[in-house]
Design a protein around this ligand. Structure first.
Ligand SMILES: [Zn+2]
Ligand SMILES: [Zn+2]
Length: 399
């Protein structure tokens, strides 16, 4: 269940220097080698040192890719983590050898992390919690130290298997031999030890990393949820193609002990076909399958939950529409009322302005009249005063 958005990197985490430099260093080496191959080309020549990479090295890398991928999906995941079937010791040894070459930890440590992922999916206790974001779930978590360190005591069932414990104790050396030493020696057969070393060891490893990690990131974000809505896991055909069938992750989270991830015959699940073929050869047994009725019940429950969710959504949509319509009508009415009062106010102001103008005009006229009258009176008074001051006018000489 998605619960908020925690920090992309937990504050208590410390950088795993070894993993950080190893993965980034190998990635740079692989990019550099691609440039080298582009410039020198690939040939079938067995005197290869002057002719670039040999096609046999490319083919060997593809074989290593298939073996290592099956060891993670069929071995680390479905056998060791989930006990979805039993396997004879040669099969377990094959898984442990190529699993070590995948440099994703020893089988027992990988299984502990993965069991935690299932038990605490989408929470802070999930090592690759998708709620910390795509980057953290994909590869970010690998760059940080596990606070539980090298403690493997919680996987007591796996501790009973001496092959598992041997791989755990010699994991890194075991991985180096399978990933690098054997391919380099085989590369000598066709004169391209460097190409075999890098293509089988590093190039294969980087591609395998990102394909495997896509299950923790991509299939917890994108795809369908036909079997359970209880967590973020999803079914994705594209992811299944990249990961030997592990992309049916919604089914897997719901029925994790089923040895299949893709349950239909047409579901692309090479791991399932591999384990089934080995069972026909007597090398695997007790393949666990979920009862059809149980699967159908899970699908029906999801359909019912989706139906309820869509009805609730439709109901909320209708309610929201109604509230919106009501609010719009109220707003429209309020607007109309305000418009009417604004018009009335404008009319009142116009009338007042006219009255004021009229009043001002009248007063101005009255004032002008008063001023004129006063001016005339003043003029008369001045004239009289001046006449008085000048005295009586002299009489005209009668002579
Ligand atoms: Zn998952
Ligand atoms: Zn699983």
């Amino acid at each position: 269940m998605v619960t908020g958005t925690p920090a992309a990197v937990p504050s208590e985490k410390k950088l795993n220097i070894l993993n950080f430099y190893f993965i980034n260093g190998v990635t740079l080496l692989v990019i550099g080698f691609f440039v080298y191959m582009y410039q020198t080309g690939i040939s079938w020549e067995t005197t290869a040192s002057t002719h670039g990479t040999n096609w046999w090295s490319v083919i060997l890398a593809c074989v290593w890719m298939v073996c290592a991928s099956l060891s993670i999906t069929g071995g680390y995941h479905r056998l060791f983590s989930h006990s979805a079937y039993k396997a004879s010791w040669p099969v377990r040894l094959f898984y442990l050898a190529f699993g070590a070459s995948s440099f994703q930890n020893s089988a027992i440590k990988w299984s502990i992390d993965h069991r935690r992922h299932h038990a605490k999916v989408d929470t802070d206790k999930d090592p690759y919690n998708i709620n910390r974001g795509f980057w953290w779930a994909h590869i970010g978590w690998v760059f940080y130290l596990d606070p539980k360190g090298s403690d493997i005591s919680e996987a007591k069932d796996l501790m009973e298997d001496p092959l598992v414990m041997f791989q755990h104790n010699y994991y890194f050396r075991f991985g180096a031999v399978i990933a690098y030493v054997i391919p380099t020696l085989l590369g000598l057969l066709w004169g391209d030890p460097l190409g075999a070393f890098i293509l089988c060891g590093s190039t294969r490893l980087i591609f395998q990393y990102h394909f495997t990690f896509a299950i923790n990131s991509y299939t917890h974000m994108f795809g369908r949820q036909p079997y359970s809505l209880a967590n973020s896991a999803r079914d994705s055909f594209a992811a299944a193609v990249l990961t030997m069938g592990e992309g049916y992750h919604n089914f897997h989270h719901r029925f994790q002990t089923d040895y299949r991830n893709g349950i239909r015959w047409y579901h692309y699940d090479p791991t399932k076909w591999f384990v089934w073929t080995l069972s026909k050869l007597g090398m695997t047994s007790n393949l666990r399958i979920t009862a059809k009725e149980k699967i159908e019940r899970a699908k029906a429950a999801v359909r019912a939950q989706k139906e309820v969710a869509s009805q609730t959504l439709a109901m909320k949509g209708a309610q929201a529409k109604q509230v919106f319509a009501e609010k719009s009508a109220q707003a429209k009415q309020a607007l109309a009322e305000k418009s009417a009062s604004a018009q009335a106010l404008a009319h009142d102001m116009s009338v007042s302005a006219q009255a004021l103008a009229h009043d001002v005009s009248d007063r101005a006229q009255a004032l002008a009249h008063d001023v004129s009258v006063s001016a005339h009176a003043l003029a008369d008074e001045v004239r009289e005063k001046s006449e008085e001051a000048l005295g009586p006018k002299p009489h005209a000489n009668p002579n």
